[in-house]
Design a protein around this ligand. Sequence first.
Ligand SMILES: N[C@@H](CCC(=O)N[C@@H](CS)C(=O)NCC(=O)O)C(=O)O
Length: 260
Amino acid sequence: MSLEITKHIDHGRGSEDLFNKSPLLLQYNPVEKKVPVLVHNGKAICESLVILEYIEETWKQTPLLPEDPYQKANARFWAKFSDDKVFQSIKWDVLLKEGKEQEEGILASLQNLRYLEEELRGKKFFGGEAIGLADLALGWLAYYLNIFEEVAGLKLVDQESFPSLVAWMQEFANAPVVHGSWPDRDKLAEKLVAMREASLGKETRVLFWVKTAAAIPDLLHYLLDCWSFMTFTAAVTLLGSLYVLRDKHGSLHSLPVLSS
Ligand SMILES: N[C@@H](CCC(=O)N[C@@H](CS)C(=O)NCC(=O)O)C(=O)O
């Protein structure tokens, strides 16, 4: 996404099933085995913030970082804060936890979000008037937060408590270069539900349906067996009855019910 947003660089894009990692991902990121990975001139660059810095240095048109060293340091601070604190607290301690651990995670997440709220007050983007490095690093919030909340069954951010953050999320999500580049919402929610339930040690609804689907051939086989058995039993019963009736009446043709 960052490539499209900021630099308008021609690029291809591949998606990765993180439950079944491809040999290509393992080849390009053998250490962490995670996405995102940027492959440029056949070489792999891993870690989203490292990728953003690489993009910044390689394609210098439309800078992501300001000139001023302090502003630059500030942007890098918030980008790192996104990775180290915001994402960690919301994903690992709220989405993937429950009970007391989750309550602690909620408090930590709210505190982290309040820091963002304060930083954004009076600004359109973290970088000022245009999307910059910190916006890209935190941009996941604009799409994922709401899905995380839905999957965890709680609300962290609302208009009243986080007016600047909500405005920034809308601004970021609606920016023409961002709009339409998000992954499919339903598939994402399904994966997050699976992750949450796996983390909580519960069978996922997804897993349930996968198992049910896998059992369908056996079920059909069983039903066919039952059907064959019932048909066989019915046929035997019918023939038996006819035989008895024939004995009684001498001939089947004399039976009123069968004569027509
Ligand atoms: N700090 C890393 C985090 C990367 C990360 O956690 N990626 C997740 C997807 S959002 C992943 O690939 N998970 C697979 C796994 O942990 O096995 C970055 O920003 O690049």
